[in-house]
Design a protein around this ligand. Structure first.
Ligand code: FES
Length: 200
């Protein structure tokens, strides 16, 4: 037979207090959201989606779409490899341009004929570009000479980086002097249309 010890004094008071304390349930009552809260959450989610889309669009447009050395992107040219003034233009099939070093500066001519898109050739004997398809002819700097082509050859923007600063093609894609060039960039993503026949 067991004997039960009856608490006395302070212990007895604590037991009495515990017995009289309200019983707290471990289950939390879930209150259903009302219409106002529901609309608030929808509005918040819409704002978050809109912000994410905006950020994605900004990043998409900020990043270059083409890698360096890929047509549509930037091609870096070592100044030491640029043809001497008066020598034959040098083709870059990957970049789809002819590099021409004229007395007025460097040019990058789009390889595609402005008539119907054939690939023209440099004819050393005649000192000009000639298209084998329909006979259009162009000067060394891409200016139209004769044939069915509607305009001079298109150009790509040239950028020359020197210790003194940066020089870029003008709006016509005109030649850029390369004196003191440390690096040369051809931007095949920036094509400048040749002047129309009869235009300067
Ligand atoms: S495509 Fe060059 S002249 Fe016709």
């Amino acid at each position: 037979m067991t004997t039960q010890t009856v608490p006395k004094g302070k212990a007895a008071a604590q037991v009495k207090e515990a017995a009289s304390a309200p019983v707290v349930s471990s289950e939390v009552a879930v209150k259903p959201i009302n219409r106002r809260e529901f609309l608030y959450y929808i509005w918040g989610a819409s704002i978050a989606v809109f912000m994410a889309q905006t950020a994605g669009a900004i990043i998409w447009f900020a990043l270059p779409r083409f890698r360096e050395g890929e047509f549509g992107g930037i091609f870096t040219v070592d100044p030491a490899t640029v043809p001497a003034v008066g020598s034959a233009p040098v083709p870059n099939p990957t970049g789809k341009y002819w590099l021409v070093n004229t007395a007025n500066g460097l040019l990058a001519l789009n390889m595609v004929c402005t008539h119907l898109g054939c690939l023209f050739k440099w004819v050393d004997a005649n000192g000009r570009f000639e298209c084998p398809c329909h006979g259009s002819k162009f000067e060394e700097d891409g200016r139209y000479i004769e044939g069915p082509a509607p305009r001079s050859l298109d150009r790509f923007a040239v950028r020359v980086i020197t210790a003194a600063g940066v020089v870029e093609s003008d709006a016509s894609g005109g030649p850029v002097k390369i004196d003191g060039a440390e690096r040369i960039e051809i931007n095949t993503g920036k094509k400048i249309k040749g002047a129309g026949v009869g235009q300067a």
